[in-house]
Design a protein around this ligand. Structure first.
Ligand SMILES: C[S@@+](CC[C@H](N)C(=O)[O-])C[C@H]1O[C@@H](n2cnc3c(N)ncnc32)[C@H](O)[C@@H]1O
Length: 204
């Protein structure tokens, strides 16, 4: 998008736009408290994505009847955003306290977004990199969240994650192994804000 191009969200219904803005604002407040109370004392893998950037990406991807999953949904802002935009939206987060925060936020925003505590890594998956370095960065271990979601990974049309540096390859491999054939994987971050993949290929 060029600097002068209007944002896609300019076309949104004003009431929805206001709701999304309030969600983002509250998300940043929750993050600030989390940063002060948790991250400044102990390292934690949660850092939030740029919500406005994510909104622009989701607006390009949304279409009726799509199912959305956020890997590592933290405080739930992005999953709730997806729900408000019309996706059937789910989040999986390893930290159960963050899942409680996300559920509270969903309630306040009258959102049907669903959250489960667990791992986005399906049971039985093992990451084997081409280089032999099989470290999985900040991705934690835990019981797979899919059984509680009642949807395997292949049921999702759009999967979103904000990987730490070096975690992208494993996420792409996981999607190739377990994702639906037409599903898109959105990886937030880097110079372009978000990269969208389908079948392991970069779309944009
Ligand atoms: C970089 S943060 C991104 C948070 C949120 N998706 C966003 O973009 O604002 C990564 C999140 O993934 C969570 N996480 C790490 N390993 C996980 C796993 N195996 N399953 C589910 N969540 C995980 C962390 O606790 C953290 O909240």
């Amino acid at each position: 998008m060029s600097a002068s191009a209007p944002a896609l969200s300019d076309d949104l219904d004003p009431a929805l736009r206001a709701r999304l803005a309030a969600l983002s604002e509250e998300g940043w407040d929750v993050w600030q408290r989390f940063d002060e109370e948790v991250r400044q004392h102990d390292w934690h893998p949660f850092v939030p994505a740029d919500y406005e950037h994510v909104l622009q990406t989701l607006l390009k991807l949304r279409a009726p009847g799509l199912r959305f999953l956020e890997w590592g949904s933290a405080t739930g802002v992005i999953t709730i955003m997806a729900d408000l935009l019309g996706f059937e939206a789910y989040g999986i987060e390893l930290d159960a306290q963050l899942v409680d925060v996300a559920r509270g936020l969903a309630e306040r925003f009258d959102s049907r977004a669903r959250f489960v505590a667990g791992s986005f890594v399906p049971a039985g998956y093992r990451w084997k990199s081409r280089t032999g370095d099989n470290r999985i960065g900040t991705i934690g271990y835990g019981q797979s969240g899919y059984p509680e979601l009642r949807h395997p990974l292949e049921d999702f049309d759009v999967v979103f994650a904000y990987p730490w540096h070096g975690e992208e390859e494993m996420m792409l491999d996981l999607m190739r192994a377990y994702g639906g054939s037409g599903a898109r994987l959105v990886l937030h971050g880097g110079a372009h804000g978000a990269r969208v993949y389908r079948g392991g290929r970069l779309l944009g």
